[in-house]
Design a protein around this ligand. Structure first.
Ligand code: SF4
Length: 468
């Protein structure tokens, strides 16, 4: 790692970037436009998000707040926990712990910096990670391993049995940094009393661990308030998802990203609700006027992303879709498995959904255990890809419901669990009538395949399959 990179704490720098970006539109339009030329590498992100109007502004505000929470945790007397995107942060907020979600912070850096996270990715390899371990954790954990981030008190994850590269990344960091470690396990069966019971008991062990680390008992009232907020968020997401079924889709392409990122950052907190409410307002207005969310106003294709997105600098994936009139019909990161989600009610999938019950402490913990076990990736990719309620069934159900014309896979070379089955998976989705494109890029590391090459190949696929 370069000496210069070690000069400042990386999370402090990121907080500064997002805080400055969040202020840009608070002056006049002229001031805003004049400022853009001074941030040549960051302007793409700023423009893409702020041009989304109030939801974009609110989204930048909460990104800045999240990073501020991380860097000021110690002076506010709070504990910090490194965690993962498929772990609901609601429990951390209920216990006054500041979550540090590695994958989301990697995305923030990949979007923002021309250099991406390359130095942190490589630093992990220098200290012992394999090169094929997932880049979404390495992009951020490298900085913490190098000692250029906020103090971390514990590491908490929930991916054993689902994604071993993810689970190993956290286990390695715990050993290397000598920090207390807790992992929830995921049995291969999603449903059934044995699995449910396992999730609930495992979750109680997690709470015991968090109580030991913080020296405080879980406050049921705080948890209840968070889960009520989470239920409100689920309702908004259900309505957004319903609106996305319309033709034309009234949601701008960036909304899907803002839905899942807001949940990963602040599930159960008013910050997340604020962004969602603001998106819902715009989406409802567009729907009432029968307007497409695309900036060109003409919907040509509808794409469903069956795994994660490509986080090339400046949100280039979303720009490409928008310019080409391709609606973003969601991915598995943005889907909620709440009892009222459209895909749950449409397909009578109540058995796999969760319901929030705030009656007493037991029902609160059970609800949270169920929410957590239905988070992205650990919901759909824990068992064989073509087993009931797993990746193939979820993808086909969602692609049909949202009227997709094509399905796109993107991941990282570290996704051994999805790479191991993606060809079979694509064969099945093709058989079901969906042209399926497999991107050979790394969502977080442009050195694997440049964005330009990724875009060219994607466009070639559309032409070869006569979709454009
Ligand atoms: S499934 Fe892929 S993207 Fe998700 S954590 Fe595992 S390796 Fe990373």
């Amino acid at each position: 790692m370069r000496k210069e990179t070690r000069e400042y704490n990386f999370d402090w720098m990121l907080w500064n970037s997002f805080t400055a970006a969040a202020q840009l539109k608070k002056g006049t339009e002229k001031e805003y436009r004049s400022m853009l030329k001074y941030i040549p590498y960051f302007r793409g992100v700023v423009e893409s998000i702020l041009d989304a109007g109030e939801p974009g502004q609110k989204f930048l505000d909460i990104c800045s707040k999240y990073m501020e929470n991380v860097i000021t945790a110690k002076e506010k007397g709070k504990k910090t926990a490194i965690t993962t995107f498929c772990f609901s942060p609601a429990i951390f907020y209920a216990m006054d712990i500041i979550p540090v979600c590695l994958e989301v912070i990697s995305v923030m850096m990949t979007f923002t910096y021309k250099r991406g996270t390359a130095e942190f990715l490589d630093y992990c390899n220098e200290v012992g990670y394999t090169e094929t371990s997932c880049s979404s954790q390495r992009g951020t954990i490298g900085a913490y391993l190098a000692g250029i981030g906020a103090d971390i008190d514990m590491i908490v994850t929930d991916t054993p049995g689902v994604c071993d590269t993810n689970a190993n990344a956290f286990a390695f960091a715990s050993a290397y940094l000598d920090k207390p470690f807790f992992q929830l396990d995921m049995p291969p069966d999603l449903t059934g009393e044995r699995s449910n019971e396992y999730h609930r008991e495992d979750y109680r062990a997690l709470i015991k661990f968090l109580e030991e680390q913080t020296g405080k008992k879980l406050d049921p009232e705080k948890l209840r308030a968070n889960l009520r907020e989470l239920a409100k968020q689920d309702e908004i997401i259900a309505e957004l998802e319903d609106l996305a079924r319309m033709v034309p889709n009234p949601l701008p392409v960036s909304y899907n990203l803002m839905v899942y990122a807001s949940r990963f950052l602040f599930a159960g907190m008013p910050e997340c609700t604020g962004v969602l409410e603001s998106m819902l307002e715009v989406a409802r207005e567009n729907a009432a006027k029968n307007i497409s969310g695309l900036s060109g106003g003409v919907e040509k294709l509808r794409a469903f992303f069956c795994y994660i997105d490509h986080y090339a600098q400046n949100l280039q994936l979303w720009k490409m879709l928008d310019i080409n009139g391709i609606c973003y019909q969601g991915n598995i990161l943005s889907r909620s498995w709440a009892h009222n989600a459209p895909h749950v009610t449409e397909y009578n999938k109540e058995e796999v959904a969760y319901t929030i019950d705030t009656t007493d402490i037991d029902s609160l913990i059970d609800s949270l255990a169920m929410i957590n076990s239905r988070m992205p990736m650990i919901k759909s990719i824990r068992g064989p890809y073509d087993a009931p309620n797993m990746w193939l069934e979820d993808t086909l159900g969602l692609a049909k419901l949202y009227n997709a014309d094509l399905i796109v896979y993107n991941g990282t070379p570290g996704c051994r669990n999805t790479w191991g089955m993606v060809k079979l998976f694509a064969r099945d989705t093709e058989k079901a009538g969906f042209p399926t494109y497999i991107m050979y890029a790394d969502a977080f590391d442009a050195r694997v395949q440049s964005w330009e090459a990724t875009e060219e190949r994607f466009m070639e696929f559309l032409k070869v399959r006569r979709l454009v």
